[in-house]
Design a binder for this molecule. Structure first.
Ligand code: PSU
Ligand code: MN
Length: 302
């Protein structure tokens, strides 16, 4: 096993016994939601996973170790640290390990660590993607490249329209990433169930998705998959409200010259502030909905 990888006793045991395990990321805890809702949500996700038949492995870099499976105290510490903990994507892992530091892992970094541990399914809220204006900024999330190369299926509620959803789908197509709609023909747009963009394929049951993932593994060439799961109807937001907040957040980011890895956390925080508690409530509901689906997919894998 990788000398930098540390599995919690519960995750190690579940993997050894061949029981279902799902990965959960930690940038969503530190940079994606305010305290204390971030910690409450992370712990609720762990309960949701177990109730749906899978052991949760919340993933983060702690003291330079790639940890899969955190204690409640470790999750609480990440949640309290908020944006003062490093946001760790693929490129950040070597230096964090060398220096023995902490990092909250993005989708990309969480996929890498999940794959090292032998975890095949991962639930989050939304992924990074091709940003609006990427034709000049070249701001494309490392999450997309990771989906192209690392054998983990990521269950999300689509992507926020802070991104260019059309270009994000084009990028995923170019890089050969299957985009599977769970019970939908459309890419969901995180806060809303539709975006006007189609997915490659619609599958209606966790078992059908698990079968496709098993075939992907048997085929043997590298790559992950994206499973998109629309936000539950009762929590979906008004498109005009959310679009207005996104437009304002994008304009503020441009005016303040925010760039690089700060862009996504800046936009997420501004949208949350502009839409008040509504968007946070939706965000929590959709993440938990994704955890339940991921657990059921993991439980159907052979
Ligand atoms: N989108 C969200 N919520 C999040 C993120 C994205 O709606 O919390 C986080 C995830 O951890 C994702 C990361 O992997 O932001 C992408 O950052 P970037 O765009 O800098 O690659
Ligand atoms: Mn970026």
């Amino acid at each position: 096993m990788n000398p930098y990888l540390v599995l919690s006793p519960a995750v190690e045991k579940a993997l050894a016994q061949g029981r279902p395990v799902i990965a959960l990321e930690s940038t969503i805890i530190s940079h994606g939601m305010p305290y204390p809702q971030n910690v409450e949500t992370a712990l609720a996700c762990e309960r949701d996973a177990r109730e749906n038949g899978a052991e949760p492995a919340t993933i983060a870099v702690l003291g330079g170790k790639l940890c899969a499976g955190l204690t409640a105290a470790q999750i609480d510490a990440l949640g309290r640290s908020g944006a003062s903990v490093a946001k760790a994507s693929r490129r950040d892992l070597p230096v964090l390990c060398a220096r023995g530091q902490d990092g909250a892992t993005t989708v990309a970094a969480t996929m890498i660590i999940a794959a090292m541990a032998g975890i095949r399914v991962f639930a989050t809220g939304g992924i990074g993607g091709v940003h609006r204006g990427a034709e000049t900024t070249m701001d494309i999330s490392a999450d997309l490249e990771e989906l192209a190369r690392t054998p983990v299926a990521v269950v999300c509620a689509g992507a926020k329209s802070i991104l260019d959803l059309g270009l994000t789908l084009e990028y995923l197509e170019t890089h050969g990433v299957p985009v599977i709609g769970y019970g939908t023909d459309e890419l969901p747009a995180f806060y809303t169930r539709t975006s006007g963009f189609g997915v490659d394929v619609r599958l209606d049951t966790p078992a059908d998705i698990a079968q496709a993932l098993s075939c992907q593994r048997a085929l043997g060439y590298p790559g992950g998959a994206l499973v998109v799961n629309p936000i539950p109807e009762a929590y979906s937001m008004d498109k005009a409200d959310i679009d207005r907040a996104i437009a304002q957040a994008l304009e503020e980011a441009r005016a303040q010259g925010v760039h690089g890895k700060a862009v996504t956390p800046f936009l997420l925080a501004r949208i949350q502030a502009l839409t008040g508690g509504d968007s946070l409530r939706s965000n929590i509901a959709l993440v938990r909905n994704n955890v339940r689906l991921a657990a059921r997919i993991a439980a159907s894998l052979d």
